[in-house]
Design a protein around this ligand. Structure first.
Ligand SMILES: *Cc1c(COP(=O)(O)O)cnc(C)c1O
Length: 227
C-alpha cells in the first residue's frame, strides 16, 4: 500500500470512530482531500485508493490539476480566498465553493455559472471568534448574507464553513465548531434549510465530527506536510 493510501485508510478509520462515538453514521460525512501544494500524481494515487472529492485553495494551481485529471470523475471543491477576477473560472470548473464571504462574489458566481452545469454548491465562510484566517463574514452578518445568497439563480446555498484558531485541546476545538453549528441552526430558524457544516481539518476533524460536521477538509494527514 502507498503512503497516501495508508494515510487515507487511517483518516477514514478515525472518521468512523468519531462518528460512532457521536452516535452518527460516517455515511453522512464527506471527506475532502485537500490537495493544495501537491502535484497531480499524488491526487491520482488518492483516487486509486478510493478518494473522489478534492479541495484546492489556489485557482491557477487547481486549474492545472483539473486539466491533468480530466480522465477521472473527480468532484472539485474550491476552499481558498476568492478575488472578483477569479469567479468566472471557479464557476466554470468547480462543483462546490466553501469560501464565499460577501454578496458581490456570490452574485458574480451566480451570473457566471454555465447553464449546462448543475447549480454551484455554496457554503458561506464565517469568521467565528478566534478564526485563524482573516477571511469570512462576521457571525452577526451571516444571516443576512445567507438570505441574500439563497435567492440567487444557479447557486444552491448549502451551509457554513469556518477555520477556528488551532488548539490541541479537544474541548476547545469542540467549542469553536459548536459556534458554527449554532449559527447554522439560527439561520435555519429564518426559514432556510442549510444542511452542510464544512468544518474540521487534519488536527481537529474528530472534534468537528462530534459537533456535527458534514464535510471535513483534510490535507496533511493524507498527503503529508506541505513544504
Ligand atoms: C489547507 C486547508 C485545509 C487542510 O489543512 P490540513 O491541516 O492540512 O488538513 C482545510 N481547509 C482549508 C480552508 C485549508 O486552506
Amino acid at each position: 500500500m502507498t503512503t497516501i493510501a495508508g494515510n487515507l485508510q487511517a483518516v477514514r478509520a478515525a472518521m468512523v470512530a468519531a462518528a460512532v462515538s457521536a452516535g452518527r453514521t460516517v455515511d453522512e460525512i464527506k471527506l475532502l482531500a485537500v490537495s493544495k501544494n501537491f502535484p497531480a500524481p499524488a491526487l491520482r494515487e488518492a483516487y486509486q485508493a478510493g478518494q473522489r472529492c478534492f479541495a484546492e485553495s489556489y485557482l491557477q494551481e487547481a486549474l492545472g490539476k483539473i486539466a491533468d485529471l480530466q480522465d477521472l470523475p473527480v468532484e472539485w471543491h474550491f476552499i481558498g480566498p476568492i478575488q472578483s477576477n477569479k469567479t468566472r473560472a471557479i464557476a466554470e470548473n468547480f462543483s462546490w465553493v466553501h469560501s464565499v464571504d460577501r454578496l458581490k462574489i456570490a452574485e458574480r458566481l451566480a451570473a457566471q455559472r454555465p447553464e449546462h452545469l448543475p447549480p454551484l454548491q455554496v457554503c458561506l465562510q464565517v469568521n467565528i471568534s478566534g478564526e485563524a484566517s482573516k477571511s469570512g463574514v462576521q457571525s452577526d452578518e451571516v444571516g443576512a448574507l445567507a438570505e441574500a445568497v439563497a435567492v440567487l439563480p444557479n447557486l444552491q446555498l448549502r451551509g457554513l464553513m469556518a477555520i477556528p484558531a488551532p488548539t490541541d485541546k479537544f474541548a476547545e476545538q469542540r467549542a469553536g465548531f459548536a459556534q458554527l453549528r449554532e449559527l447554522r441552526d439560527q439561520i435555519n430558524l429564518r426559514g432556510l434549510r442549510l444542511d452542510t457544516l464544512s468544518m474540521g481539518m487534519s488536527h481537529d476533524f474528530s472534534a468537528a465530527i462530534a459537533e456535527g460536521a458534514t464535510v471535513v477538509r483534510v490535507g496533511s494527514a493524507i498527503f503529508g506536510e506541505r513544504s
